[in-house]
Design a protein around this ligand. Structure first.
Ligand SMILES: Cc1cc2nc3c(=O)[nH]c(=O)nc-3n(C[C@H](O)[C@H](O)[C@H](O)COP(=O)(O)OP(=O)(O)OC[C@H]3O[C@@H](n4cnc5c(N)ncnc54)[C@H](O)[C@@H]3O)c2cc1C
Length: 481
């Protein structure tokens, strides 16, 4: 028999103390969704069942005890740290869930500049860690646009990636060691070493689990020396996105290593560059590292771009100023809330990845289909912001006016049908429907097609580590009642 809300709250208070357990209605409402339902949230419409409580854990022992209790009683647990999720990973879709919040675990445990790694608790905000290591002349190399909001546990749980990824990689390349607690209460610590071949790489069970297998309590990431004085920034306008993709391919396959490599089509670019590149695509690069490395990379990239006569270089200061203001903090989200309520014009995104041979067609077909099939679109554009030797990501950005539609119907009328087109066309072309935001609860519809025969592995992992199905129900794998 399932426990009553009061019984759940009572047990949580016993484990963590009354101050740590919050049942205030407004907090529960805000804890029942994430930015996937931001239009509903901004309109104060809450369609998911409210959780029984939000519990602010202080240490791994409390995490272990809460998980053991939930596991024994079949209670859904939604792990949370920075609350910046965009794909429904934080939605509480069944009655009486526990939101297990690690945001108060914010100790930076060790910054070890000799071994070039830093260890911190899951609730450390990335920007706080980055600021501290920068003061010492180092960087984590991680810089997602949500850097002021996202916390280390969530960043690992979602397989996040930052704006300097072309040089430093995604979080999977940065993560040296990690501590995680599994639903039966077992606390596991994967040690931080340069590399090992002691069986499968078990970090990858934890990385990207989106709270559907375990709760991450501690993270060790690598550090790099930081040389801001040697950053070289270059930007160009051009007419055609496809030419831009080919330039990116040349840069990557010739072996250059910019830290930032971004390409905007004219529609998406309108939002960012209309003051100096109206109607144009924009391609830009930053190189960094020690002086000789940064200069050599910049020179090689310049030589490649110069072979494309349609590219015109712009003043690098324009790009630098724009780039310095790209991140989102709480104030920017508040600005967005006001704007959305006033205009009913909503911006949402879907990011995918594909090999070089598939990406051009994915770009073309998604644009054509969304613009023709979805009503009230005001902008449909894309940029590429993460490049690899074998392919690239596309970050589709779309704006629509919400017309004749209740807040609770907005995702059904607009966001999900757009996502469906992008995910299905991408998978059909051999790409991945999800480059970095995670599957959450709204891309689960295509998880079988995404993985094909390898879905076997995902399902077995879930069955092995969460046999009672209490970890973030409906995330990564669909909820079957
Ligand atoms: C404006 C904006 C810009 C963004 N830009 C980027 C970007 O550039 N790159 C990028 O990768 N992402 C980006 N994101 C998405 C988001 O910031 C990332 O997914 C981030 O990693 C989430 O971290 P968080 O601490 O906020 O996690 P949360 O939002 O709290 O949770 C995210 C997911 O991880 C799970 N989770 C959280 N903490 C834990 C834990 N301790 N243990 C286990 N599971 C956990 C949750 O259950 C949920 O499924 C952006 C989001 C916003 C709002």
């Amino acid at each position: 028999m399932s426990l009553l809300r009061e019984e759940i709250v009572e047990e949580l208070v016993k484990i963590c103390g009354a101050d740590a357990v919050v049942t205030d209605t407004e907090v529960l409402q805000e804890s029942s969704y994430d930015r996937f339902r931001k239009y509903e949230g901004y309109n104060k419409v809450f369609t998911n069942p409210l959780p029984a409580a939000v519990v602010f854990v202080q240490d791994k022992k409390q995490v272990s005890e809460v998980l053991r209790f939930a596991n024994a009683n079949g209670i859904n647990v939604v792990p949370r740290t920075g609350h910046s999720a965009t794909e429904g990973g934080l939605e509480t879709i069944v009655e009486n869930s526990i939101v297990l919040d690690g945001s108060q675990m914010k100790k930076i445990i060790n910054i070890d500049t000799y071994n070039m790694q830093a260890t911190c608790e899951c609730g450390v905000v990335l920007e706080d860690l980055e600021n501290q290591v920068r003061e010492l002349g180092y960087t984590t190399g991680h810089s997602p646009q949500s850097k002021p909001l996202a916390q280390m546990g969530g960043l690992v749980a979602t397989r996040s990636i930052g704006q300097f990824s072309t040089m430093y990689g995604g979080i999977e390349d940065m993560l040296a060691g990690v501590e995680a607690v599994f639903p039966d209460g077992t606390i596991t610590n994967i040690k931080a070493v340069p590399r090992r071949a002691a069986g499968p790489d078990i970090r990858h069970v934890v990385l990207g689990n989106e709270g559907a297998l375990c709760f991450i309590t501690e993270v060790t990431v690598k550090l790099y020396k930081y040389f801001p004085e040697y950053h070289v920034c270059q930007g160009y306008t051009l007419d055609d996105m496809i030419t831009g993709i080919r330039i990116m391919r040349d840069v990557m396959t010739e072996g250059y290593k910019p830290s930032v490599a971004r390409l905007y089509d004219a529609e998406d670019g309108k939002e960012h560059f209309s003051h100096f590149a109206p109607g144009k695509c924009v391609i830009l690069f930053v190189t960094e590292g020690p002086e000789k490395v940064s200069k050599a990379n910049a020179e090689g990239i310049r030589e490649i771009v110069s072979k494309y006569s349609e590219c015109t270089e712009v003043d690098h200061k324009l790009i630098e100023t724009w780039f310095a203001n790209l991140n989102w903090d709480a104030a920017r989200i508040e600005e967005e809330r006001k704007e959305v309520l006033e205009t009913k014009n909503v911006c949402c995104t879907t990011e995918i990845s594909a090999n070089w041979s598939a990406v051009e067609e994915i770009y073309r077909i998604c644009k054509e289909r969304v613009v023709n099939e979805i009503p009230d679109i005001t902008v449909f554009g894309a940029h590429a912001s993460h490049c690899y030797s074998n392919g690239i990501n596309l970050y589709f950005v779309y704006w629509y006016n919400v017309v004749d539609c209740a807040p609770e119907d907005e995702i059904k009328k607009y966001h999900l049908p757009i996502k469906k087109i992008i995910c299905e066309e991408t998978i059909k072309a051999g790409g991945s429907m999800c480059h970095h935001h995670g599957v959450g609860k709204h891309r689960v519809h295509w998880i079988d097609k995404e993985h094909g025969s390898a879905l076997y592995i995902v399902k077995k992992l879930k069955a092995a580590f969460d046999p009672n199905g209490v970890m973030n129900i409906g995330t990564i794998l669909p909820y079957k009642k």
